[in-house]
Ligand binder design. Structure first.
Ligand SMILES: NC(=O)c1ccc[n+]([C@@H]2O[C@H](COP(=O)([O-])OP(=O)(O)OC[C@H]3O[C@@H](n4cnc5c(N)ncnc54)[C@H](OP(=O)(O)O)[C@@H]3O)[C@@H](O)[C@H]2O)c1
Length: 313
């Protein structure tokens, strides 16, 4: 089968398409013929060996696929192996795609949608009275988080790096959009939140984490789920205590053994798309052979919405 194989850790150039033997099916896994492989920011961390969980080499990246399981249309969360014509996933993390939802939409809801859903509902426990800060609001996870937060009735302060992305975030329902590259980010966010937000998503680290923390009102809560800046960030417990602020981490794979939690989110996401309460703003599909370009575009902040690979070309 054709697959993207990493022989080394490093830049996008380590992603090479090769013809490899289809791996033996692991215990409790099912074989999926892949129609789309999801590209997620975590794949960049895996590639340069800065991810939360290390991977052995050679390695086929990709933690999310849409495809066919014995002819049935499915999406699945995988632990690697997604950038290929054939992948394998546990039944626990495989979901049937409803007839009225296309593969690309289902794919966008699977890793980024599930993460956005659990961040807002399970971690932040967002309420209609909250004002929440959503970073990379035109991105894969962020574009869904904006809409899911609005669906709860909360006020949404979106952050994005360009005017075009901020317009997209506003069109998805954000109440106000702030430039994430601003030199005065903390006060911009605070003003946009009407004095301070009650809740915030944080996926950048470094200065952005500190600015977001500063923009939280007393007793505000923050969910940390990424570190795109690559900066390991220390937070003062003294500051947390004096303002009663809290931080909780989140990593979706911690839920991979909890079928009910995954199912509840997936069903609700499908139903929200069906009722047009949320939409997947865009899915940009690259050929499998252009996986390196997809990674370059994601790292350079050139993408919006979902990024995916087509294993047939
Ligand atoms: N913990 C989990 O379980 C989990 C699950 C899914 C995703 N995540 C995390 O969620 C975040 C978003 O993931 P995604 O796949 O949906 O990606 P994405 O948001 O589609 O793309 C990343 C976006 O991050 C913003 N960004 C800010 N600073 C950046 C920098 N220094 N380099 C590159 N991008 C930067 C850019 O948007 P602007 O230009 O608008 O700022 C960029 O478009 C990532 O941190 C990812 O690791 C975590």
């Amino acid at each position: 089968m054709r697959a993207v194989v990493m022989e080394n850790y490093g830049g996008p150039e380590v992603l090479e398409v090769k013809d490899i033997q289809e791996p033996e099916l692991q215990r409790a896994h099912r074989r999926i013929e892949v129609t789309r492989a999801g590209v997620n920011f975590a794949d960049l961390h895996v590639r340069d060996n800065s991810y939360l969980a290390g991977v052995p080499l050679p390695y086929v990246p990709g933690n999310e696929v849409a495809g066919r399981l014995d002819g049935e249309r499915v999406v699945a969360l995988t632990r690697g192996g997604g950038y290929a014509e054939v992948a394998q996933a546990r039944r626990l993390t495989t979901f049937s795609i409803p007839d009225d939802i296309d593969d690309d939409t289902a794919l966008a809801l699977t890793l980024q949608g599930q993460s956005a859903w659990h961040l807002l509902k399970t971690v932040l426990r967002l309420q209609s009275t909250d004002t929440v800060i959503v970073p990379a609001a035109a991105g894969g996870l962020g574009s869904l988080a904006v809409q899911l937060a609005k669906r709860t009735g909360a006020r949404v302060v979106a952050m994005a790096g360009t005017e075009e992305k901020r317009s997209l975030a506003l069109s998805l329902g954000a109440d106000v959009a702030v430039d994430s590259t601003s030199a005065t980010l903390a006060s911009d966010l605070k003003d946009a939140a009407g004095g301070g937000a009650n809740a915030a998503l944080e996926m950048t680290g470094g200065e952005t984490l500190h600015a977001t923390m500063e923009a939280l009102a007393p007793l505000g809560r923050m969910a940390v789920y990424g570190g795109v800046s690559g900066v390991e960030t220390l937070v003062s417990t003294r500051d947390l205590m004096s303002m009663g602020k809290s931080i909780q981490g989140f990593w979706l794979p911690l839920l991979y053994g909890q079928r009910n939690a995954l199912n509840e989110a997936m069903e609700d996401l499908f139903s929200a798309v069906r009722s047009s309460e949320i939409q997947v703003p865009s899915v940009t599909v690259y050929p499998l052979s252009a996986a390196a370009r997809a990674h370059e575009d994601l790292a350079a902040r050139r993408t919006t919405g979902k990024v995916a690979l087509d294993p047939s070309c």
